[in-house]
Design a protein around this ligand. Structure first.
Ligand code: IPM
Ligand code: MG
Length: 358
């Protein structure tokens, strides 16, 4: 059956990196039997410029009726002064919540070819392969009440609400345990249960879910310690499961262990494995339009799409092998460049990977 992919390039380097990922998809379609249709629509600041809204109804409709969404990145200086409701980032949050993409999978894998690109010592990160499962539709990101108010003394105050309902914790914990079963069978749940009620409940529910996964080892860690352990001894982790805001922060940290945020893909899944796939890096307006962004994170996001939503694990592996091969050949975009390698641009990297899809 032909599946539908909605392509939402977004802003900044989002355009350049999704163009390379689409190239890869087109080659898979032409030469390797992948049956997909692709339709694109604007999102973020690019959409705001035309429709005066970062997530136009037509874009949301396209995303809703697709089987999978490929998203580039959103945001840029130009839109930073808009009211919060109209900022590009709002489109991303609305897509996550409208499509009920509650489970965000962010793998941090160190390609051996890039061990020296990490800012950490090679022996600390060599062989690193961890997966952060971040809850994506709850927590302080969406909790009500929120806003700003004026206190009795005339001073203004901003406020947000961190909260988690049991079912929200339960479903994301299940995703983490199921993922761990296919890996090294360890889940570390990260919270701040020593201080926060929301975290206390989070921990209780995770412990309850763990009863259904006796073959998986569960541990708990406070988020401050987790931040430290990630740079001290990152290889102790297999799967980390955590809430929205802690996951936001820890996944940026984990990405740097691998040398470049330009390498890391992500998947955001609903209960039926419909997903939105995006690189974890942002729109990088400072380098946009210069053909120097790394398209690998987006191309690897396509591999995740093939694996989780499109049911094509062999094609996913084909992409991953092609990426590994171009790295073996010494091709590097600027963000992962080290001396002695061949520096290439976004397009050249995309072409090499597309050709490498043997
Ligand atoms: C991410 C980003 C987003 C988030 C921003 C752009 C809203 O940092 O996907 O990690 O905070 O979730
Ligand atoms: Mg983030």
């Amino acid at each position: 059956m032909t599946k539908k992919i909605a392509v939402l390039p977004g802003d900044g380097i989002g355009h350049e990196v999704t163009a390379e990922a689409v190239k890869v998809l087109e080659r898979l379609r032409r030469d390797f039997g992948l049956k997909v249709t692709m339709d694109s629509a604007p999102v973020g600041g690019t959409a705001y410029d035309v429709y005066h809204h970062p997530l136009p109804a037509s874009t949301l409709a396209l995303a809703k009726q697709a089987d999978a969404v490929l998203l580039g990145a959103v945001g840029g200086y130009k839109w930073d002064t808009l009211p919060r409701e109209l900022r590009p980032e709002k489109a991303l949050l609305a897509l996550r919540s409208e499509l009920q993409l509650f489970a965000n999978l962010r793998p941090a894998i160190l390609y051996p070819q890039l061990a020296s690109a990490s800012t950490l010592r090679a022996d600390i990160v060599a062989g690193l392969d961890l997966l952060i499962v971040r809850e994506l539709t709850g927590d302080i990101y969406f909790g009500e009440p929120r806003g700003t108010r004026t206190l009795a003394n005339g001073e203004r105050e901003g406020f947000n609400t961190m909260k988690y309902a049991e079912h929200e914790v339960e479903r994301v914990a299940r995703v983490a345990f199921i993922a761990a079963r296919k890996r090294n069978k360890k889940v570390c749940s990260v919270d701040k249960a020593n201080v926060l009620e929301a975290s206390g409940l989070w921990r209780e529910v995770v412990i309850r879910v763990a009863e259904d996964f006796q073959d998986v080892e569960l541990s708990h860690m406070y988020v401050d310690n987790a931040a430290m352990q990630l740079v001290k001894a990152p290889k102790q982790f297999d799967v980390i499961v955590t809430g929205n805001i802690f996951g936001d922060i820890l996944s940026d940290e984990a990405s740097m262990l691998t040398g470049s945020i330009g390498m890391l893909p992500s998947a955001s899944l609903d209960a039926q494995n419909k997903g939105m796939y995006e690189p974890i890096h942002g729109s990088a307006p400072d380098i946009a339009g210069k053909n120097c962004a790394n398209p690998i994170a987006t191309i690897l996001s396509v591999a995740m799409m093939l694996r989780y939503t499109l049911g094509e694990p062999m094609l996913a592996e084909r992409i991953e092998r092609a990426v590994s091969k171009v790295l073996d050949q010494g091709l590097r975009t600027a963000d992962i460049y080290t001396e002695g390698m061949t520096k290439v641009g976004t397009k050249e990297m995309g072409d090499a990977i597309t050709q490498g899809l043997m």
